[in-house]
Each structure stands twice: as C-alpha cells, then as structure tokens.
Write a protein that binds this ligand. Sequence first.
Ligand SMILES: [Zn+2]
Length: 66
Amino acid sequence: MEDTGQVLYVYRCPACQARGEVHLPGDTHDGEAACCRSCGGPVVLEWDGGVTLHVTPPIGDGSADS
Ligand SMILES: [Zn+2]
C-alpha cells in the first residue's frame, strides 16, 4: 500500500538534544517510545499536529473583550 495517511511525529532526544522526525501511519502514536536517530537513545514521539507548516496569525480569541 502507499504511504498515504502518514502522520508526522517529532522528537527531541534528551541525551543528545537531536531533533528527529518520524512518519507513522495514523495519529495514535503520540507518546510512543522510539529511538534517537542520532545516538540511538530512547525518545518519546510527539504528534506534530498533523498540519502543514503554515504560519497562521492568531484569529479572534482574546482580541474581543466583552
Ligand atoms: Zn540522541
């Protein structure tokens, strides 16, 4: 099968501070253990939000006091 539906997860290694990215199918891998690609140490995956890296300005919330 194709890799459609792959979700980007990121991690930062507590040992060597390396940042890594992992693509896994589905959005249920948040908090899962993985291995640092740099030093091989244990890291924890964090779901990267499942969105593209658009920079969107904050809209609405907080700007209208009533
Ligand atoms: Zn590492």
